[in-house]
Design a protein around this ligand. Sequence first.
Ligand code: ZN
Ligand code: ZN
Length: 328
Amino acid sequence: MKAVVFHGSGDVRVSELPEPEPGAGEVLLAVEGCGVCGTDVHIYRGEAPARTGVVLGHEFGGRILAVGEGVSREALGRRVAVNPNLNCGYCPSCREGNIHLCLNLRALGVDLPGGFAEKAVVPALQVELFPEDLPSETITLVEPLACALHGLDLAGVRPGDDVLVQGAGPMGLILVQLARLAGAAKVAVADPSPARRARALACGADEALRPEELAPGYGVVIEATGNRSALEQALVLTKGGGTVLLFGVHPREDVASFSPQAFYRREIRLVGSFTNPHTTARAVALLSSRRLIMDSVMGATISLDDVPACLAGLRYDTGTGKTVVLAR
Ligand SMILES: [Zn+2]
Ligand SMILES: [Zn+2]
């Protein structure tokens, strides 16, 4: 089978690999689609770790072709989305229910073979049934949407809140829509790119501004840029008693600066959000409801052969719309 293999930073190749076989508790999928994530770009650049020799891609789904020992044959032929984050189940974090903070956390497409391939083996416990009547592109949105749902839960957006989303990449565009569904009175978006601001408006944002046009007073600010200066600005833009959600993935060595006194005196809450604990089923339910405008979130559709050039930034703009790899 064809697969996209990580050989080290700056070195990702399309290779022919033997078809994997499902072991005990695993299923073999015919991959329908796999989204290109900012994390994949970070891995390509050496800014985020991944195991050498791994098949990349963690936002995927497909149809079950075979089942390993202990998995019901009723699973055969089912269409499923994959939660790529595997927790150990026995460490203190897992026992407290914080499965995403597992001390032995591993992820498909990072530590174990992922979805930029024609076929993939995944643990049966990691799949979620996916409706037959939604397009292949949509199955790739389950994982990012599940992450956004966890973030929105932590941000605690209430009906009537004024919300600002910094960054109108694919995640920002999803977060705008979730903030609206949660009842925000107004959702503003900040992004330097006119193309991305236009997408934000198409996704239901009430206003889309350049970062330098922003004025303080938001009850909730969602930082979805991975940019240190945006985070520093978020703390200033949040009103007293408000919440800053740190959702963007920042480079490991980055350090932000802010006034501790302003934090204290104005009772700002700063909350981090990491991955998708317990939100995959809700993501599928929400996509099934068709209450999200996904057309404006989607970007280019590419093939497995295109992935190395895409990750290298040579072709396709992964920051404007979600790039999806269809394994055909
Ligand atoms: Zn991702
Ligand atoms: Zn654990």
